[in-house]
Ligand binder design. Structure first.
Ligand code: R5P
Length: 294
C-alpha cells in the first residue's frame, strides 16, 4: 500500500503513512493560468494499492477534480487498486432534490469518482450514511466523534452534557455520551431552504449550571451553533463548547460563535485550520489496517 498525498490533506496523509509505516507518493500540482487543475504523481504505484488522501473542503470543486485526476494518474500508472480517503465528502448534503429542478449532487459526484478509476472510498462522518448507497463501489464512513469526546474528557469535562443541534445529530451525541459518561439531548432545528437562515426551538432538558458541548458533523457558516448557543444561554448553561468533525468555518463563523458565548471550537484535521486540535490519522490508519487484514 502506498499513501498518495493529495494536495488538500498532505499533512494528514503524512501522519497516516507514518502510523502505517507505508511509503508516501507526493503529488505535484498547480493551476494553469486559466484555472484548470494539473497533477503529477512523483512516485511509483505500479502493482500497489494507491491510497489517495484528499479532503474536499473548500475549494470543493477544485479538490474533487484534483482527486479525480490523481485517481486517473494512479490507474494509468498501473496501481492494482485505487482507494480514496476523503475525510470531508463535498456535496453529500445535496442527497435529494429538495426543490424542483435541483440536481442530486452526490449522485453525480459518485459517478464521476467511479469513472476516474476509484475502487473504494472511506470518508468520515458523512452527513447521512445513506448517501453512500449512491456509490457503485464499496464506500464506508467512520466516526471521529469518540476522538472529539476524548479531547474534552482529557480536558476534565467528564459528564459534560452533549447537545445535538438537531434531531438528525442525535446519533452523534449518543456516541459522545458513551465517552463522556454524562447526559445528551437535542434541539429542533429548521433551515429556510431559500435564505439558509437557521432557527432552533428549545427542548425540554435541563442545561442550567451545566457544561454543554454542542456536537455537529459540520460547522459551515456557524448559524447552527450560534442558534443553539442562544437557546443554551436562555436555559442558563454554565459553559458552552462546540465540537465538529469538519470545521469549514466559512467567513466570520468563528467570530460569531465565540461572540455567542462559546468558549472553544474544536475540530479535526479533516479540514486543516487552527481549530483542528484532533487528528484523524489514528482513525484512518486503523480503518485501513483493519480493512487490509479483513
Ligand atoms: C446540517 O444539518 C449539518 O449537520 C450542520 O448542522 C450544518 O451543515 C451546519 O451549517 P452552518 O454552520 O452553516 O449552520
Amino acid at each position: 500500500m502506498k499513501i498518495v498525498l493529495g494536495p488538500a490533506s498532505k499533512q494528514l496523509g503524512e501522519k497516516v503513512a507514518e502510523l502505517l509505516n507505508a511509503e508516501t507518493v507526493p503529488v505535484a500540482f498547480k493551476n494553469f493560468p486559466d484555472g484548470e487543475s494539473y497533477v503529477r504523481l512523483e512516485g511509483k504505484v505500479k502493482n500497489e494499492e494507491a491510497v489517495i488522501i484528499q479532503t474536499t473542503s473548500p475549494p470543493q470543486d477544485t479538490r474533487l477534480i484534483q482527486l479525480a485526476l490523481i485517481a486517473d494518474a494512479a490507474k494509468r500508472n498501473k496501481a492494482k487498486k485505487v482507494t480514496a480517503v476523503v475525510p470531508y465528502l463535498a456535496h453529500a448534503r445535496q442527497d435529494k432534490a429538495f426543490l424542483q429542478g435541483e440536481a442530486i449532487s452526490i449522485q453525480a459526484i459518485a459517478r464521476m469518482l467511479k469513472a476516474a478509476g476509484i475502487n473504494d472510498l472511506i470518508t468520515v462522518n458523512v452527513h447521512q450514511e445513506k448517501v453512500l448507497m449512491e456509490f457503485s463501489f464499496p464506500a464506508k464512513t467512520v466516526s471521529a466523534i469518540p476522538l472529539l469526546a476524548e479531547y474534552f474528557k482529557k480536558k476534565g469535562f467528564e459528564k459534560a452534557f452533549a447537545l445535538a443541534p438537531d434531531k438528525g445529530a442525535m446519533h452523534i451525541v449518543e456516541e459522545a455520551k458513551t465517552v463522556l459518561g454524562g447526559e445528551c439531548g437535542y434541539l429542533e432545528k429548521h433551515r429556510d431552504r431559500y435564505t439558509g437562515q437557521v432557527s432552533v426551538e428549545r427542548k425540554t432538558f435541563d442545561a442550567k449550571g451545566k457544561t454543554v458541548i454542542i456536537f455537529d458533523d459540520i460547522i459551515s457558516t456557524g448559524g447552527t451553533i450560534v442558534a443553539a448557543a442562544k437557546v443554551l444561554k436562555e436555559l442558563q448553561a454554565e459553559k458552552m463548547y462546540a465540537a465538529c468533525v469538519h470545521p469549514l468555518l466559512i467567513g466570520d463563523a468563528e467570530k460569531r460563535i465565540i461572540e455567542a458565548g462559546v468558549k472553544e471550537i474544536v475540530g479535526t484535521d479533516s479540514v486543516e485550520s487552527h481549530v483542528s486540535k484532533v487528528s484523524l490519522a489514528p482513525l484512518i490508519s486503523k480503518t485501513l489496517k483493519e480493512r487490509k487484514s479483513g
